[in-house]
Write a protein that binds this ligand. Structure first.
Ligand code: MG
Length: 347
């Protein structure tokens, strides 16, 4: 855990306990745990279920429900455009939205490293609470464990999300002729985190795109757009998502590479670092597969959320899993799944 993660000046003045840092007793289930839960977690993530103060939450959900779970280990904990807390909520609710579900219920599990400043933790948990409330989701259960100093990296968070499915979106719905749309510039998150972590000097600051895409997906459903599947291009980036969907759907995809929105600062950074922006993670973008007759409308809706949303390709009959990227000069290359890990610990 680096001292730069500490946040002595920005926390709220409420004392969480007699401690100002995480101690092993905070994970022990006794008095220190209780005081942490009540003064910090419950204050930031309040919900009727948490107030029940029980071993688990009891909820009623009717109809098909989507469930997703994700772990978050991003380093550093705070980066331009976001932090671990907001990222953990957005990463989870975005996966629910990609299934066609409304984000409704979340459970969170924290692994804290002994010595973490409680003001840092409070800031992350508040950010998490704000992100959840903004999308209409509530945290209904949680857990905290503490590992010894040097055995963690500040905070790791796991989040599970549940939501009722409005219309099941699946790669298996993808058809020949579907138009592929991306909801905004790609690669901002991966580069923002890498720059924050490695102290790379660039001319322009790049902020992460981390954020929710559930509002866009649900707006498309509200407006009756024939959206076949949505997927957020997180680890492995846009290229990996296209290959995965082409494989599952048993289709080919032609990607018009010059149409893919990439900020000039991101493409410059990628060139400098030897990265391909098509493989760099986003945390607030979504790739949409839409019936061709609805493509213009879908694009117009997406541009209300992000003006750089673009139509980037089309689904074709062809070998299953083949993704061909066409460049501005008529050349082509075959995109593969990301091999290895070009950017570890970005989410
Ligand atoms: Mg996803």
């Amino acid at each position: 855990m680096s001292d730069t993660d500490d946040d002595a000046g920005l926390g709220c003045p409420v004392p969480f306990s007699q401690y100002d840092r995480v101690v092993l007793a905070h994970g022990g289930g006794g008095r220190a745990t209780r005081s942490l839960v009540e003064s910090l977690f419950r204050a930031a993530l309040d919900s009727p279920e948490l107030r029940e103060d029980h071993d688990g939450a009891i909820v009623s959900l009717e109809g098909p429900v989507a469930i997703t779970t994700d772990g978050f280990t991003v380093r550093p904990l705070f980066f331009p455009g976001g932090d671990l807390g907001a990222l953990a909520v957005h990463g989870t609710v975005n996966d629910l939205a990609c299934c066609g579900a409304r984000p409704e219920l979340l459970t969170v599990s924290f692994v804290l490293e002994e010595g973490l400043a409680l003001t840092t933790l409070a800031r992350l948990v508040r950010s998490m609470g704000e992100a959840a409330r903004a999308v209409g989701a509530r945290v209904i259960a949680g857990d905290t464990k503490v590992v010894e100093r040097g055995k963690g990296d500040g905070v790791y968070v796991s989040v599970t999300g549940l939501g009722r499915v409005r219309r099941a979106l699946s790669p298996r719905n993808v058809r020949d002729g579907d138009v592929v749309i991306v909801s905004g510039p790609v690669g901002d998150h991966g580069i923002a985190v890498l720059v924050a972590r490695e102290d790379v000097r660039l001319g322009t600051e790049i902020a992460s795109d981390q954020g929710e895409i559930a509002s866009l997906v649900h707006e498309l459903l509200d407006e009756g757009v024939a959206l076949h599947v949505a997927r957020d291009p997180t680890r492995g980036g846009l290229a990996t998502v296209l290959v995965e969907i082409a494989r599952t759907a048993g289709v080919s995809i032609v990607l018009e590479e010059p149409s893919v929105p990439v900020r000039s600062a991101v493409s410059d950074a990628c060139e400098l670092l030897g990265l391909d922006p098509l493989y760099v993670a986003c945390e607030g973008r979504v790739v949409l597969f839409v019936a061709p007759e609805h493509a213009e409308r879908a694009l117009a809706i997406a541009r209300r959320f992000q003006p750089d949303a673009a139509r980037i390709g089309v689904v074709t009959e062809g070998p299953s899993g083949l993704v061909l990227a066409k460049n501005a000069f008529g050349g082509e290359r075959v995109l593969e799944l990301l091999s290895g890990e070009q950017l570890p610990r970005i989410c």
